[in-house]
Design a protein around this ligand. Structure first.
Ligand code: FO1
Length: 322
């Protein structure tokens, strides 16, 4: 079995490549749920949705989230209520966009959770409905909320405030200074997939944000212990290329939270739990600095412009764990 620790877009593209290399039934991906949110009473699981829609070939390729050929009639109709809601009400939020077809996923997930199903069960059902053969597993069935503390000098008018990940990412377009990230609930949440991590032939860490996509999974009890004990079977792909994130705020967050925004910064974060770091050709000159962190370093093309590049990257990562 192959275990993959995953966030959103980068992980989805990586998994698409991995599925070209090995039978999907052999892959189990533990997906971050720290980004999950409840809006309009609907339980939304953005990373699980992004992975599911991408692997089903239904993701909107431009946005990298939500469904292609989407319509937005329900969101448009919501603005009628957003304009009259009382000042202290949070009803009818229009800053988080839910497409008409996408709503069906959140309706189904919410209804099934309401019937007492676990998030794992519902995730399996949604995955089956989209025809996926790999095993998608939420990192936990319990509530873990990635919470962002805004810096004191933050320009957003809410300096020092603690906000949800989606408020940070979508409402503020991750364009605000951050002083801390916490995973509320992670100490008591029961992790999924510990047995799998203990027994998998290979454990791959997808090119996802180390601080807000992979760190929530690592924050769960026992996960880092298993990974560090199995370090030689763990291979990560750096989401930072040439000092920058290909998508999202990983580079900015790394700097703001005291890490070097480079493959060396990524190596320092992963060195205790991971034997090999795969970095892009653009960072070849930093390979020895990565190895100085006590990791093996592999240099290759990590920019997943096509399924072919993703597949080659997945093959490289797999070979590193053998
Ligand atoms: N990302 C945005 O930038 N804007 C949105 O309005 C938005 C809506 C949305 C709805 C459902 C869903 O599953 C994902 C959605 N995302 C949106 C993406 C998502 O919030 C982020 O990409 C992840 O949380 C970061 O991994």
């Amino acid at each position: 079995m192959i275990a993959v620790l995953a966030g959103g877009v980068g992980a989805a593209r990586f998994l698409r490549g991995l599925m070209l290399e090995v039978e999907p039934q052999r892959i189990t991906s533990l997906v971050n749920t720290g980004d999950d949110t409840v809006l309009h009473g609907l339980y939304i699981s953005p990373d699980l949705d992004t992975v599911t829609y991408t692997l089903a070939g239904a993701i909107d390729p431009e946005r990298g989230w939500g469904l292609e050929n989407e319509s937005w009639t329900a969101m448009g109709a919501l603005s009628r209520y957003a304009s009259i809601r009382p000042l202290n009400s949070h009803a009818a939020p229009t800053w988080f966009n839910l497409g008409d077809k996408d709503l069906a996923t959140h309706f189904y997930r919410t209804a099934r959770l309401g019937e007492g199903a676990t998030l794992s069960q519902v995730t399996g059902e949604i995955s089956e409905a989209w025809g996926l053969d790999l095993n998608l597993v939420p990192m936990t069935n319990d509530s873990v909320q990635t919470t962002i503390k805004l810096a004191e000098d933050c320009a957003a008018g809410s300096a020092g405030a603690e906000i949800s990940f989606q408020e940070y990412f979508v409402k503020h377009r991750h364009n605000v200074a951050v002083s801390a990230v916490t995973f509320v609930g992670s100490k008591t949440a029961k992790p999924n997939g510990l047995d799998l991590l203990a027994s998998a032939d290979s454990i791959l860490i997808a090119p996802s944000n180390p601080l807000v996509s992979i760190a929530p999974i690592r924050s769960l009890a026992g996960v880092d212990d298993i990974l560090s004990a199995r370090r030689n079977s763990v291979c990560a792909i750096s989401p930072i290329v040439n000092g920058a994130a290909l998508k999202g705020p990983a580079d900015r967050l790394m700097s703001e939270l005291g890490h070097e925004s480079s493959v060396v910064g990524v190596a320092k974060i992963y060195a205790p739990i991971c034997g090999t770091l795969v970095i892009d050709n653009a960072d070849a000159h930093l390979a020895s600095a990565v190895e100085a962190q006590g990791m093996r370093c592999i240099v290759t093309d990590t920019v997943m412009k096509s399924p072919k590049v993703s597949a080659a990257l997945a093959r490289t990562a797999l070979e590193a764990t053998r």
